[in-house]
Ligand binder design. Sequence first.
Ligand SMILES: Nc1ncnc2c1ncn2[C@@H]1O[C@H](COP(=O)(O)OP(=O)(O)OP(=O)(O)O)[C@@H](O)[C@H]1O
Ligand SMILES: [Mg+2]
Length: 246
Amino acid sequence: MIKVSNLKKTYAGHVPVHALKGVSFEVPQGQFVSIMGPSGSGKSTLLHQLALLDTPTSGEILLDGNDISRLSDWQKAEFRLNHLGYVFQEYALIPELNALENAFLPLLLLGLRRKDYLKITGDLMARVGLGERLQHLISQLSGGEQQRVAIARALVNKSKILFADEPCANLDTENKGIVLRLMRKLCDELGQTILMVTHEPEQREYSDRVIWLRDGLIYREESISADTRAGAIKDSYRTDISVVEE
Ligand SMILES: Nc1ncnc2c1ncn2[C@@H]1O[C@H](COP(=O)(O)OP(=O)(O)OP(=O)(O)O)[C@@H](O)[C@H]1O
Ligand SMILES: [Mg+2]
């Protein structure tokens, strides 16, 4: 459960930028939320505050009842490692490591035993469809596969919340479909809470709800019907090259 109250973020500087001007909303556990809005509207800024990658100017963020503004920097790092997952547009994987090693990194940092982190990561890699790609170096993977490694890495700590900032921006249509369907599946099967920033309107149809930002404020909320979601998933298969239509 995420609860955000009157969240503001001003970037100091010669000309201060009021990137978030008082944003409030709640997300129940297991909901898949899209965040949309024009460039510069504060989408990434919002995600950074929620994922503890930055410190808000004012306002309150509760993650599962924890008031994260009260945490020290060290406690924030620990909270992030234990409870949150973040997926970047550019994947942010380590090229010298193979797919499996990239995905289990957070569990190494958490000090799990080798047997345990290999089991957890192996299971998750199979779930994201990469069970046959464990030993591949990052350069030997397609963009969509790389992003799925990044998603596995974000979830190995059993994070309750997955943040994703334009996770499909670098992908072709087929891989966009694969990654979006995967996120939908994680939400439906694991009860994963997902906050995804996107600027492609059709991508929001995979989510449950849309928060529209403009100029640092929420100006609209939209809920996506089950029919719309089912239609988006069905349509996405039409772009798969593996599906040959007569
Ligand atoms: N580190 C920073 N320092 C100063 N200003 C910043 C910083 N990061 C973002 N901004 C400004 O804050 C505003 C919101 O930026 P943000 O990156 O959140 O937008 P966005 O909605 O994610 O846009 P895009 O769709 O282009 O990614 C913009 O005016 C941006 O220039
Ligand atoms: Mg952005």
